[in-house]
Design a protein around this ligand. Structure first.
Ligand code: SF4
Length: 200
């Protein structure tokens, strides 16, 4: 079974863990599991590729600042207080089950820490790194530069497209790092692992 050892580690860390072969299957599961509640989504290429917003909108009130019809600032605020929050994991350390997320604005990591009844972390296989050091390297040198490029930021990583320069740019997108050693006490949390590459 894919993710067998990682699933065990994450369960030891207090999470419910669900494993799927494809993003489509994971989206079906989320659509079946999340109904009749308010839902906030963090900025996530993984969720976007899976079509999670469209699937959840059928039975829930969904707030996502990436929705082209939404007022981004208002959606960010409303997403902070929803029943359920979904985000991706930027990296997961396979040997410990530590989940790492890096953020520039702070809404996504803040919502992963407090304020909801349940949080779902969604991660494709490309988010799994052997250990903490390689997971952190991935955040700084893969995730952040690709996001900076996507957002058109004037940062050296976006301009050169190769690595993190630990810049002092006003447009820097990696301002905070959150590491979940274990599940946060105040909320239910489930990790959705997908045996496909999703997001970056
Ligand atoms: S610190 Fe600056 S250079 Fe490094 S990844 Fe973040 S935005 Fe890019």
């Amino acid at each position: 079974m894919a993710f067998e050892e990682l699933k065990k580690r994450l369960e030891q860390n207090g999470y419910k863990v669900s494993v799927f072969s494809t993003g489509a299957e994971a989206a079906d599961y989320l659509a079946d599991s999340v109904k009749g509640v308010s839902v906030g989504l963090g900025g996530s290429m993984t969720l976007k590729e899976m079509g999670v917003e469209e699937r959840l909108q059928a039975n829930n009130t969904v707030f996502w600042h990436w929705n082209s019809c939404a007022d981004p600032a208002e959606s960010l605020r409303q997403a902070m207080t929803t029943d359920v929050y979904l985000l991706s994991a930027n990296a997961i350390a396979e040997d410990t089950g530590e989940i790492l997320n890096i953020d520039g604005t702070g809404n996504r990591v803040a919502s992963s820490l407090f304020g909801h009844k349940k949080v779902y972390f969604v991660a494709g296989r490309n988010k799994v790194s052997p250990d903490y050091e390689s997971a952190l390297w991935r955040l700084r040198n893969v995730v952040a530069p690709k996001n900076a490029q996507r957002l058109g930021r004037n940062t050296p990583c976006a301009v050169n497209g190769d690595k993190c320069y630990d810049c002092n740019s006003p447009e820097r997108i990696c301002n905070a790092l959150v590491v979940f050693y274990k599940k946060i006490r105040s909320m239910d949390a489930e990790v959705i692992l997908v045996d496909e590459d999703l997001g970056y």
